[in-house]
Design a protein around this ligand. Structure first.
Ligand code: SF4
Ligand code: SF4
Length: 114
């Protein structure tokens, strides 16, 4: 569903398929021109280790600097992270659409900025 200016928008992050490639971090930084040390999204390494195996998980986590790519989305474009994630982990849309999707997707989260 397209945004209509009244609905609250967000990002669905389906990190099950995140490869840890960092493309979302770089795309976000380039889009906004953030200085060194400032990030709109950061990859969290959630590696878990048990006796017989190592489970490597990466969770891309938007920061307080994330504005959902307001300039791009106002022009009808996808957010930079959504466009550049080759694994298709990111979906931008209305929260009322994203939340039911999240419930059907294991290892996913929905982010909504303040
Ligand atoms: S939506 Fe835009 S500002 Fe937010 S994390 Fe993605 S690229 Fe960065
Ligand atoms: S671009 Fe996609 S696959 Fe790469 S780190 Fe970000 S969310 Fe993961």
């Amino acid at each position: 569903m397209a945004g209509n200016g009244r609905s609250k928008m967000g990002l669905l992050i389906h990190y099950e398929y995140c490869t840890g490639c960092h493309a979302c971090e770089v795309a976000c930084k380039q889009e906004h021109g953030y200085p060194a040390g400032a990030w709109g999204i950061m990859l969290q390494d959630c590696t878990r280790q048990s006796l017989d195996k190592v489970q490597v998980d990466f969770l891309p986590f938007p920061t307080d600097l994330c504005d959902l790519c307001a300039r791009r989305t106002a022009a009808g474009e996808k957010p930079a992270c959504v466009k550049h994630c080759m694994a298709g982990c990111m979906t931008y849309g209305e929260l009322e659409d994203l939340l039911p999707l999240m419930e059907s997707m294991p290892r996913s989260v929905v982010f909504a900025p303040r």
